[in-house]
Design a binder for this molecule. Structure first.
Ligand code: A3P
Ligand code: MG
Ligand code: MG
Length: 369
């Protein structure tokens, strides 16, 4: 086994005192996947929020759900394709320290408060930028393990619970801004077929401490419309379903979930989360609007103090600054987080090249222009 570099996670308190600067994420590019999950360099899958009628039965239509098959590994493909187009238009290459999907940064940010998480990422250095992707094989095998162990008698199936999240999107979103939407469309949403192939992905430039990065991630919707003027902030909206909280144990579970909600939205500069509370049987009963920037203070002041947002930001900045000192040569590396093990392990998998991480179109564009 190649030499291992360990980044210690404990004591977590050493990250609490720092105050890594963060930049406001700014969208530099975007792309869509259409209803068949075909890549499009446009905003065609952007959706607009309009509240659903309550109560709403989220179970309806599970039999006809057109669920995306994510068994193939797409690496960073969509993100890289959009970056090529962005660089061609700009006429220059983008100088940044890191490029990855938002989901990877979410996993990293929440590490100080996620002892039980287990995941693996692949890393490669190319032209002064460090690229990070999920180890797809590990992701699929963890999911299968989770599914086979979740078969409690009487429990709702994982597939059905995951469907509720997409059903909530279908009944809450519209393909056009509110003034153009017809009353008929709004009222027909409960009957629409649920299809999670379409996505709008926003690509932002952002920064953590000394580290500059590009992140790509799905955003569920915008509140009213997306301003033409790029300097105007966009009122992005993230939708989340969660079980109605009825006791203290469930409140603790919810506040742990808020850490993920917050980190995910914070990274792309999404200011609002619409939480849809549902019963254990999937009946959507109530909506709540959360201001993303207030979530960390609210869990500290009114909640149990289970996590701290600034610690997450400082941790991510420290880890990435350290990672830059480790990933200094060609090849493919792995970052591994194991359940209950208080280190992030980094080690080399391949001595040269970039494995399958970077598309040949991207590499050719960067080398030959
Ligand atoms: P909920 O978050 O309301 O449960 P996102 O919230 O990131 O926009 O994802 C939309 C929906 O995709 C989720 O809705 C959930 O239904 C499903 N989903 C996301 N990540 C998942 C995962 N790891 N396992 C199962 N379903 C997931
Ligand atoms: Mg989403
Ligand atoms: Mg969502």
């Amino acid at each position: 086994m190649a030499h291992k570099h360990n980044f210690n996670l404990e004591p977590v308190s050493r990250f609490a005192g720092l105050s890594a600067a963060i930049r406001r994420p700014r969208e530099i590019a975007f792309f869509s996947f259409d209803e068949d999950h075909k890549f499009r360099l446009d905003a065609s899958s952007l959706r607009y929020y309009y509240p659903p009628a309550l109560p709403c039965n989220l179970n309806k239509g599970f039999e006809t759900f057109r669920q995306l098959d994510d068994s193939d590994d797409d690496h960073l493909d969509g993100l890289l394709e959009a970056i090529i187009a962005y660089e061609k238009e700009k006429g220059s290459k983008t100088e940044i320290d890191f490029l990855t999907w938002r989901g990877m940064m979410t996993k990293l940010m929440i590490v100080p408060f996620s002892k039980l998480d287990e995941w693996e990422m692949n890393v490669t250095l190319f032209q002064d930028t460090i690229f990070i992707e999920e180890n797809h094989t590990k992701k699929i095998s963890s999911r299968e393990e989770q599914y086979s162990s979740a078969g409690r008698p009487g429990a709702m199936s994982q597939d059905l619970m995951s469907f509720w999240g997409y059903k909530f999107e279908t009944v809450s979103l519209m393909p056009t801004p509110w003034p153009e939407a017809s009353r008929e469309y709004i009222e027909s949403r409960e009957e629409l077929m649920v299809n999670n192939h379409a996505q709008y992905c926003s690509i932002v430039r952002t920064g953590f401490g000394k580290v500059k990065m590009i992140l790509g991630g799905e955003v569920d919707a915008v509140m009213a419309f997306k301003p033409e003027d790029k300097l105007q902030p966009t009122e992005w909206v993230e939708l989340k379903t969660t079980a109605t909280v009825t006791n203290e144990r469930e409140q603790i579970k919810y506040e742990r979930k808020l850490l993920k909600f917050w980190a995910q939205s914070f990274l792309l500069g999404v200011p609002k989360i619409i939480v849809g509370y549902r019963t254990q049987q999937g009946l959507l009963e109530r909506l709540e609007e959360l201001n993303v920037q207030n979530i960390p203070d609210n869990v500290k002041l009114k909640g149990k103090g289970l996590w701290d947002g600034q610690t997450c930001i400082n941790f991510a900045a420290s880890f990435l600054e350290w990672l830059k000192t480790v990933i200094t040569s060609d090849g493919v590396w792995r970052i591994r987080k194991r359940e209950k093990v208080p280190v992030l392990e980094v080690f080399k998998l391949e001595e040269s090249g970039h494995g399958d991480m970077l598309s040949s179109t991207f590499v050719e564009w960067r080398i030959n222009g």
